[in-house]
Design a protein around this ligand. Sequence first.
Ligand SMILES: Cc1cc2nc3c(=O)[nH]c(=O)nc-3n(C[C@H](O)[C@H](O)[C@H](O)COP(=O)(O)OP(=O)(O)OC[C@H]3O[C@@H](n4cnc5c(N)ncnc54)[C@H](O)[C@@H]3O)c2cc1C
Length: 388
Amino acid sequence: MQHIDHSETVTQLRDTVERVCNDFPGEYWRAKDRERAYPGEFVQALTDLGLLSALIPEEFGGSGLPLSMGSEILKAIHEFGGNAGACHAQMYTMGTVLRHGNADQKKRYLPKIASGELRLQAFGVTEPTAGTDTTSISTMAVRQGDHYIINGQKVWTSRAEYSDLMVLLARTTPKDQVKKRTDGLSVFLVDMQHAKAHGMTIKPIRTMINHSTTEVFFDNVPVPVANLIGEEGQGLRYILSGMNAERILIASECIGDGRWFIKKARDYACERKVFGRPIGQNQGVQFPIARAYAEVEAANLMVDHAAKRYEQGKPCGTQANISKMLASEAAWHAGEACIQTFGGFGVAEEYDVERKFRESRLYQIAPISTNLILSYVAEHELGMPRSY
Ligand SMILES: Cc1cc2nc3c(=O)[nH]c(=O)nc-3n(C[C@H](O)[C@H](O)[C@H](O)COP(=O)(O)OP(=O)(O)OC[C@H]3O[C@@H](n4cnc5c(N)ncnc54)[C@H](O)[C@@H]3O)c2cc1C
């Protein structure tokens, strides 16, 4: 495979993201956090610069950049103080339509997603009862003529209120009627406005972070057969094929968070004087920051390695999972070091450390929790018995 040097693109992307982030300082994020409000202006600024459509091929109006460039965009957003949680899903959910949608679906949706006319931010997989056990979901889609009728409930469907489309996973054959539990699941592209007018209800869940997450209820919601992605019954395969990209992109945000915490901690440690000298002169303050730096940069190498394998079309499940685990833990440790360096001011809202601290905790739980990553590695990489 031909090696393309993207270092100039990375520099340009980072400069662009830094400029956008400078227009949205801490006060902006603190106000949104306080109100649990959607950072629509920030998302619009990223959209206008084409940053959210970076991975959409040029023929559909995007920039056609490889995954590693999406990764750099998300690293930079978080490193320069932004939060991509309000819009990151578009980068990976779009892949479901791109890889598995038919020609008509791609032509109909991708250019509008690229231009920002349609927002594809919602991803409805998790259900309250099934939890991580995705094959046990019970939301049903039953075919009636040229529609599927959807009944059931999703939970943690983030950004559902701010999205025009949702990638939805539902059962088209009940679990007890399929040979393999992974069969009988199908993916739909749901038009949210139409669904809201025909039986879909969205209920926000208030959480310790500003993530616009919700519960979504489906009561006889009709979805046209034309909006089935790929083949009926094969949907889990399509969702799984997007998960490596999702893990790598979320890991990238964690790298950005980690770098933000380290810079913040380093600067404060050098400026703050107690006992007549900078607190950063004490090794007890320096070492946790230096250790966090080492962890974040090591995790970053794994993220880049996973992205490269993904781009080369090589299997990358293990690398993508490990990079998400290491990056989320490294960011959390950097947050710990930062909050401790700030002392009392670490918990004061105006320094943004406590907010970032809360925000960065999510990624050890979602989109997949650390235990499930470890069982993946134990089973698929180390050949140990499946534990569940
Ligand atoms: C803020 C937020 C946003 C989210 N956004 C979305 C979204 O947009 N779309 C979407 O579909 N989902 C979303 N999720 C859901 C997320 O992917 C799940 O929360 C996550 O996968 C964990 O599933 P769960 O919460 O059901 O935990 P459970 O499956 O109930 O697990 C609970 C705990 O038990 C552990 N556990 C479970 N089974 C095992 C096992 N066999 N071995 C060892 N440990 C085990 C888990 O690791 C976890 O720590 C979001 C979640 C949050 C909190």
